[in-house]
Structure formats: C-alpha cells, structure tokens
Ligand binder design. Structure first.
Ligand SMILES: C[S@@+](CC[C@H](N)C(=O)[O-])C[C@H]1O[C@@H](n2cnc3c(N)ncnc32)[C@H](O)[C@@H]1O
Length: 235
C-alpha cells in the first residue's frame, strides 16, 4: 500500500519535472510565427494565434476529428478555429467546413492553412463572434475547443484562454445551428471552468457523452459529443 503510494508520488514528480522541461524548450515557439506538424499535416501558426501543438488540445481535437464517424460532404463548423486545425482535419476527410474565430489573426492563420493544405475549396473562413457569422447556416457537426477560463480578454491571443459569457452564449445558440441529426464535439480540460459549461448544457437538455479522453498527467482532456434532447442518427 505504502509502496504503491510512494511510486505514484515519484511518478507524479518525474512527470512534473518533464512537463517543466518540455515547457521551457517549447515556449520558444509560443506566440511566434512557427510551422507545426500534426500527424504529417503542416500548420502555420501566426503570432497572437493559439498554438495547437504546444498547448496540446489542438492535437487532441485533430485526432478526435479523425476518429469521428464523418461522411464526405458533411457540413462542419469549426468554432474558435485558431490555426484552423479542426477545419483542416475535417476538410481532409471531405467535409465542407466553415471556420469562425473572433481573433482576426486566427482567421488569417486559418486561411493560410487552408491554402497550405490545398483545402481552400472546402474551407470558408469567417471572422466574428461565436455563431453570429453563421446565423444563416446549420451544420451536421460543430467542433469547439473553447477558452477554458472566465475573464475579459486583454489582447487577441487572450481569447484562446478566457471569455466572459462564451459558455452561456454557446449553450443558448447551439441547438439552432445544428441540422436535425446534427451533433457537436466539445473539448474540455480538467483545468478551467468546463464543468460549469457541462452543467449548463445538461440543464439546457443536451446529452453530453464522453467520446474520447486523454490523460496528459497534469490535466485530462475529454471530447464530449453533444446532442440536443431529440433522437439523432450517425453523421
Ligand atoms: C483554445 S483555442 C482553440 C483553437 C483551435 N480550435 C485549436 O484547437 O487549436 C480557442 C479559440 O476560440 C476563439 N474564440 C474565443 N472566443 C470566441 C468567440 N466569442 N467567438 C469566436 N471565437 C472565439 C479564440 O480566439 C481561439 O482561437
């Protein structure tokens, strides 16, 4: 019993030291113009844009999109697109994607990555706040890796971390943007205020099913499949 506890503590300490070292080395890529790769897919990341590799949730989002049942031609919304990682991976599977971000640099970055991956015919980029730029559209799938914390963003990159009422407005607007059999994929971390978002979604009648989970030692990432309270089919 005591031995198991000691080895758990030791493993946690080694993991923390490794994460600190990783952060020191990788932070040179933070908020800079860099070229990243996720499973062989190149992505340019502009300054003031969330780095999907450094912060790891973008990689998790990309691999979750690959794992989803998604038919070619499906209409997908990549909400809070950042570098456009979700849009690029969905378009690689033949989906028609609209990518939205409030940060103009993120919108620019997504356009660059659509071109870089020769997916410009499948990815349309609209800059703006949450569902406002797509008020005229409905989707088979909406993917969202939201800002995990509450607060007022001070600069463009800050929108990646915090928002004042993003959770409430996402919950209130989601059902109207989904086609009759549509679903959403929401990425949350054990860090941040994600539980409040989930509680709000439950209250609004959404089913929130765990689709995929990854333990990153210092945090656990979870991809939830959200379905409004009505019968649905596979995408
Ligand atoms: C955690 S980052 C995720 C970026 C990218 N999807 C990824 O997984 O790497 C959250 C993104 O949501 C965007 N965002 C935050 N609030 C938003 C809002 N109200 N409307 C649209 N986008 C928003 C941020 O600018 C940021 O790019």
């Amino acid at each position: 019993m005591r031995l198991a506890k000691t080895s758990r503590l030791l493993a946690a300490r080694v993991a923390r030291a490794w994460l600190t070292l990783r952060y020191r080395v990788l932070s040179r890529r933070h908020n800079r113009l860099v070229l990243e790769q996720i499973d062989g897919v190149p992505l340019v990341v502009l300054p003031e844009v969330f780095n999907p590799v450094l912060l790891r949730t973008g990689v998790f989002l990309a691999r979750t999109v690959v794992a989803l049942p998604l038919r070619p031609g499906a209409d997908v919304l990549d909400l809070g697109a950042g570098s456009g990682v979700g849009a690029v991976f969905a378009a690689h599977r033949g989906a028609r994607v609209v990518a939205v971000d409030i940060n103009p640099e993120a919108a620019r970055c997504t356009r660059i990555n659509a071109l870089l991956n020769h997916l410009e015919d499948l990815i349309e980029v609209r800059q703006g706040d949450l569902f406002a730029p797509v008020a005229d559209k409905q989707f088979d799938l909406i993917v969202f890796n939201p800002p995990f914390y509450r607060g007022r963003p001070q600069r463009p990159l800050d929108h990646a971390w915090r928002g004042e009422d993003v959770f409430e407005r996402f919950t209130a607007g989601l059902a109207a943007q989904l086609k009759p059999a549509g679903q959403a994929l929401l990425i949350l971390s054990s860090d941040g205020d994600g539980q409040a978002l989930l509680a709000g979604l439950h209250k609004a009648g959404f089913q929130c099913e765990v689709f995929r989970q990854q333990d990153l030692v210092n945090e656990i990432l979870t991809a939830y499949r959200l379905t409004p309270a009505r019968p649905n089919q596979a995408l």
